[in-house]
Each structure stands twice: as C-alpha cells, then as structure tokens.
Design a protein around this ligand. Structure first.
Ligand SMILES: [Zn+2]
Length: 364
C-alpha cells in the first residue's frame, strides 16, 4: 500500500505543475509565515469572541453546557476555514501562485527547506503550495528539495493548516467562556467541562505532533525514493550546514529538530516512512486520545482517567501484537514499520470501538 502510494506521488511529481523562480530575499519565508500566523491568531481570537458574546449576551445563556461548547467550536471552525480559504491564497507570494501549482522559490544563503501550502477556492485545484530551498546546485540541496516535494505532493501543510484551525477553534471559545465566567460573572462553566476540554486540547496537540513526525518520515521516505542511497549522507551534511560541524548523525541535531522530525531519520535510509517512528508512539498517543473520548460521558475524572489510559494502552499493545503476523504480510517493508502499522491499526480500532460505545448513551 505504502509503495503504491509512493509510486503515485512520484508520478504526480513528474506531471505536476512545477514552476521555478529565483528570489534573493531570504526573509520571504519568515515574513510569509509571520503573516499567516498573525491572521490565524487574529481571526481565531475575534471569531471565538464574537461567538461566545452571542451566546452569553444575546442568547442570555448563563450555564454553559457541552452543547454550547460544541456549537461555539463548530461556528468558530467554520468561520475560520471560510476566512482562511478566502484570505490566505491572496496574500503575499500565494497571490502569484496558481491553484494546483507547486512553486519552488530558490533563495540565496538559505539553509534547509520549507514547504507551505494553503487551501483555495478554485475549480482547477483546491491547493496552492510554495517550497523554499537554497539556490546551490549540489546533491545536498537536491535532497532537501526532494524532501520538501514529498511534503508538497502529499499536501502536509494543508493538513497542518486544518489541524491548527481545529485546535484554535477549541482553545478560543474555552478561553472566552472561562474568562467571561470568572471576570464578568455573566455565566458559569463547570470545572469538569473545563478539564475535559483541556484533555481534548492536549489530545489534539499530541496528535498534531505525531502527525508532524509521520509527515516528516513520509517526506524522508519520498526523498529516498527520488535520490537513492546517498540521501541519508546528504541529510546529515544538510544538518551539519544548519546546526554546525559537530553533527555526526541526526541524533546530534537540537531538540527542536528531533521533536518535529524523528531522531533516527531511519525513513530516509530505508524508504519505509513508519521505520523512524518509535514503537511506543502510536500506542501512547492513540491511547491518550481513546481515554479522552472514553472519559466524556463520566461525571468524575480523578482516578478513572489514568486507569482508562493504562487499560487502553495495554489493550492496544496486545491487539497490535496479535495482528502483527497478518499486517506484516501486507506491509512488506521494515520490521519496525510493520509493528508501527499494526499498532496504528490497533489504536484506530480501539478509538472507533470507544466512539461506538459512547454513541449508546445507556450502555452502563
Ligand atoms: Zn520536512
């Protein structure tokens, strides 16, 4: 499955609308990122403020329930998506980028690479992507470019855009409601509801982190398919250029790099995107999400939450190990990759069963 996906991506890469342009301004990516994040924080704060003001001041709701929270999250999310789709494709370098195009901008003295993308309204394609790389013509820059093309062809920046908007639409209304309740004395919100929402926010944050690590590994595997065996050595050299001469392996890179990427960067050696992910990552993250979903119908959190977490962790490990022999037959890449894929399936299975249980209100 993974292999055919890569074949597809590579064909897309050959066929895709690539356009190269040269630009001397190294600050471009930073300015663009700063503009995008300020638009997110501005719209996130104002929309959630408007929605919670409407609920408290116009509808005169004094006791905030989970339904009020869900309505506020949904309204804020829809308003933010609408704004992002209308504004972001029109700012700065995105204005000159056609829908469906992967634009590569070569910058002088630029280390590493950066891919950004936004959703846009167009019949041609809903995506606009820009890749920033250095302008040197060597194998190291080509490896970085291949890695960034992996991100662009699989639309990782778009998934990130959607998940950041999703996260902001939960955080925004919660902050406004808690602020209203405490400072203005206009409404009350129960502490359990606040704790449960904070658990949901934490689950989304760690899910985004795991998604970023998988996306980085997929981009690494993509670079391996394009560049071949020398990709790993080129990556180490690229890290050396960015972080200094004493980098001997990806493990020596600073923590910022090792949180969003994986520390082994195995995927660029093996071509298997799941070979860089630690075996504890899927079970721990998916069990955290599963226990957060499982706690929602409960009226207390205290001891139940850690118990649920340990329980789901043990169960997902066991299901993952039991289904490993079957998964291995289909996955056919590295052993670590098969194990991780089996744990991923086990975690998804567990989360879906818990959602199914939650859907029956009187199952207790
Ligand atoms: Zn990357």
């Amino acid at each position: 499955m993974a292999i055919s996906f890569f074949k597809k991506s590579q064909n897309q890469l050959l066929k895709s609308d690539l356009k190269l342009s040269y630009n001397k301004n190294v600050n471009n990516p930073l300015i663009l990122q700063a503009k995008i994040s300020s638009i997110y924080s501005l719209t996130g704060t104002s929309y959630s403020g408007l929605v919670s003001t409407y609920i408290v001041w116009i509808l005169h709701i004094t006791d905030i329930t989970s339904i009020d929270l869900i309505i506020s999250f949904t309204l804020t999310f829809l308003l933010e998506i609408m704004t992002a789709v209308l504004i972001l494709p029109r700012i700065d370098l995105f204005r000159e980028t056609r829908p469906g195009e992967i634009r590569i901008i070569k910058l002088h003295d630029f280390r590493g690479g950066l891919t950004t993308g936004v959703l846009t309204l167009s019949r041609h394609s809903p995506f606009k992507s820009i890749i920033f790389v250095g302008d040197e013509d060597d194998s190291i820059t080509r490896t970085i470019e291949a890695h960034e093309l992996g991100h662009a062809t699989e639309h990782h920046p778009i998934f990130l855009e959607l998940s950041v908007i999703f996260l902001l639409s939960i955080i925004g209304p919660l902050i406004w409601f808690v602020g209203f309740g405490n400072i203005m004395n206009r409404e009350v919100i129960s502490i359990f509801l606040v704790i449960k929402t904070v658990l949901i926010i934490l689950s989304v944050v760690i899910a985004i982190l795991l998604f970023m690590r998988v996306a980085e590994s997929r981009a690494d595997a993509f670079a391996y398919k394009v560049i071949g065996k020398s990709a790993y050595e080129n990556l180490v050299e690229a890290l050396r250029r960015t972080y200094g001469e004493n980098i001997k392996s990806p493990e020596d890179a600073p923590l910022v790099s090792k949180i969003s990427h994986t520390s082994s960067r195995n995927a660029i050696k093996t071509g298997d995107p799941l070979s860089s992910i630690g075996i504890w990552e899927f079970p721990v993250v998916l069990s955290f999400i599963a226990s957060t979903i499982a706690i929602i119908p409960f009226n207390s959190i205290g001891i139940i939450y850690p118990l649920l977490f340990v329980g789901t962790l043990v169960i997902s490990f066991l299901i993952g190990l039991v289904s490993l022999p079957i998964v291995r037959k289909y996955y056919r890449m590295t052993e670590r990759g098969s194990l991780n894929f089996s744990f991923l399936l086990a975690g998804i299975y567990m989360i879906s069963s818990i959602i199914a249980l939650d859907a029956y209100p009187n199952y207790t």
